[in-house]
Design a binder for this molecule. Sequence first.
Ligand code: ADP
Ligand code: MG
Length: 359
Amino acid sequence: MSSALVARFEKRFAGGTVVRADWERPADQFSVTALFGPSGCGKTTVLRCLAGLEKPEIGTLVFGGETWSDADRRIFLSPQRRGVGFLFQDYALFPHLTVAGNIAYGLSGLSRTERFRRVADILDVLHLNGLGDRYPGQVSGGERQRVALARALVCRPRLLLLDEPLSALDAPTRERLRPELRRVLAGFGVPAIVVTHDRTEAAALADHLVVMDRGKVCQDGPVADVFARPADAAVARIVGTDTVVPGRVVGADSGLAVVAVGPARLLAVPPDSLTNDVFVCIRAEEVVLVGGEAGASSARNRLPGTVAAVAAEGPLVRVSLDCGFPLVALVTRPSCAELGLVPGTVVTALVKAPAVHII
Ligand code: ADP
Ligand code: MG
């Protein structure tokens, strides 16, 4: 059966907030979709509408050719009839039920033997063997996450919905579980929609991105496309493009377009269909810093600049530069130390023309 999802609806809250879903996934592309955007942009609301926990006042929701919600025709299928698995942000496990009891909770209607078998199967698949008799308070955070996932999967849903599945975990556990969760999702072959505000998580878990901002969908496409070619300056910032500055196309040179940025800086950029006024987007990891005058490099853009600020970012260092326009670079700690980067250090930033995205 086709698992295409067509979400075109609006949820309106008392107080005036409107959250609008407007996207679809054809069956052949459907695997893991991330609903991605800043806190409060409406991700959970869209997910709850997909699950049938909220009722949209306007529009339609269709899954695999079956109408789940249609405001005009007064159609609204209950969560049970949709066959969705839902993993809540805080897991919502019952503390007074064992792990096995929590997982079996949604399996009413099946025989005792069948319930037992299903629970044993899923415990095995998610490497939770031996934990069935414990209570949620007696297992680790990572195990609780898998128990919640087991509970969402045990009913064999047609669509799996996960709300910030890793956000309750400490950073090292989260990093360890990202690839594992991705493997589990792929292994089950159930289309999944993952809500996250964390771009690393979106990139690690999903192959398709739906970017939301202030109650609306602003871009939707394959993860790599959205990260490399954000549709506008707002999306560029949301997906973590560190440098987004206005510029003006002033000419062409050797097959590349030339864009003026800031008061006195020219950048070589890819020549594709440019209007006059543009935004120049450069991801921090595309910027290479070298000391003083640049030596040999194939990078077309060599930008003398001064370090304005230096801040540790996990294992890397985020360097804010003044290159006649604000430019952000991400460098390793050793190269930061080697270049002696402190506010006031003069460096050259190297940026290859293809690494500059113009919108
Ligand atoms: P996200 O999951 O992206 O952080 P939410 O979907 O939780 O965002 O919320 C989106 C917006 O809708 C927020 O402004 C929030 O305050 C509002 N909202 C969510 N639930 C309700 C509710 N039950 N009543 C009123 N406003 C709500
Ligand atoms: Mg949320």
